[in-house]
Design a protein around this ligand. Structure first.
Ligand code: ATP
Length: 356
């Protein structure tokens, strides 16, 4: 296999403390990966006077993928490029409990599902404004029986669900369920939204995704209201396989699901388009623990194994996951969020030991 190039954005606050040792670990596998570092955020500002200079964009575009630590608002333009520029329409967020993860649930064993979140539209269009500007639309709130502009001084946000995007992400979710079924999973997609209150927008999501499901007769398809889903995640988390959600609900509920298995430090993600993907932990920059070398690198490491899988290094991805699982199973070298006293780098060293 020819060398692969990975663009690395280390992120801000405590994020580089997780990203650096994870890259070191992956690099020690000698897979022939070239790591390049686009000047995004402060480095870009210092060298080129921009948080996302052309040089950074070119490096990201030339790479096979991007590995993105959690970043502050200074990396916003890079993130916009990776998501909307590269059209990475499917955000994949697995929730899998393994022995040793410190979940608050009495019995988390068997939790193993994946949220597929639509990544490009819904409430994330950044299209907001003043309520009074809605007057030309001449729309009436069916609930208040009032013109929108007469509701009072305030702001609005636009939610858009399109057929095209919903089809795209639904197909991705059903194909993922098929691949998982081959590995012994249920072969089920659960589709959810608030289709009773938003029958047009959220209703369209359900309708289009359900139609896509008909092309996958081997995969079960169930629908559930989003509030019930939030409840079911807590009371029956083992019943899920692939869960397909619009952008906002997917963003919010995946943090809940990270909580189910043991916290944000354990939740990885991948963002997939047709010809590009980037990988990042679900958590933020953890500014409250910066400089202490205690950030849990598990989410970052699992994002890296998702990336290895994407790059074609499937066996190596599985080797790293097994080594990490062995560290959790032994339970001697865990970071404070998992009830241990180990430093970030000690945890990574323990994983390296298991790889030997
Ligand atoms: P941001 O604004 O970047 O989202 P935040 O503090 O609002 O930052 P997170 O960074 O996700 O949100 O952190 C939420 C809490 O979870 C913090 O107390 C943080 O220390 C903790 N946390 C997040 N990720 C990890 C991790 N990998 N290891 C340990 N603790 C973490």
């Amino acid at each position: 296999m020819s060398n692969k190039t990975v663009a690395v954005i280390e992120g801000d606050d405590a994020s580089p403390e997780a990203v650096k040792p994870v890259i070191e670990l992956i690099d020690s596998l000698n897979l022939g990966i070239d790591w390049i570092y686009p000047p995004v955020g402060e480095p870009g500002e210092e060298k080129y006077g921009s948080t996302f200079p052309d040089e950074a964009k070119e490096m990201i575009d030339s790479a096979d993928t991007t590995f993105f630590g959690s970043a502050s608002s200074k990396a916003t333009f890079a993130l916009l490029h990776l998501r909307w520029g590269k059209q990475t329409y499917a955000n994949v967020r697995p929730s899998k409990w393994i022995p040793g993860y410190h979940s608050n649930l009495a019995d988390p064993s068997g939790i193993d599902f994946v949220i597929v979140r639509e990544n490009l539209e819904d409430m994330y269009l950044m299209a907001e404004g003043d309520v009074e500007d809605l007057a030309p639309l001449n729309m009436i709130s069916r609930l208040h029986k009032k013109k929108l502009e007469d509701l009072g001084k305030g702001k609005f946000a636009i939610k858009v669900i399109t057929e095209e995007r919903t089809k795209q992400v639904a197909k991705f979710a059903f194909e993922l369920a098929q691949r998982r079924k081959c590995k012994g999973y249920q072969g089920k997609v659960t589709i959810s939204s608030k289709y009773n209150m938003m029958p047009k927008s959220d209703g369209l999501f359900m309708e289009v995704a359900g139609e896509v499901g008909k092309d996958f007769p081997d995969i079960k398809c169930e629908t559930i209201l989003i509030d019930n889903l939030a409840h079911q995640f807590v009371v029956a988390p083992k019943s899920f396989d692939v869960v397909l959600l619009p952008n906002l609900y997917g963003d919010i509920l995946s943090d809940e699901c990270a909580g189910l298995v043991g916290g944000l430090g354990l939740a990885p993600s991948g963002n997939f388009g047709h010809d590009y993907a980037y990988f990042e932990p679900v958590h933020g920059t953890a500014p409250d623990i910066v400089g202490q070398n205690i950030i849990n690198p598990t989410a970052t490491l699992l994002s890296a194994t998702m990336m290895l899988d994407y790059l074609g290094f499937k066996d190596e991805a599985s080797r790293v996951e097994k080594a990490m699982a062995a560290v959790y199973a032994k339970g001697h070298v865990l970071t404070p969020d998992q009830g241990g006293r180990a430093k970030t780098t000690e945890f990574i060293d323990a994983v390296k030991q298991e790889l030997r």
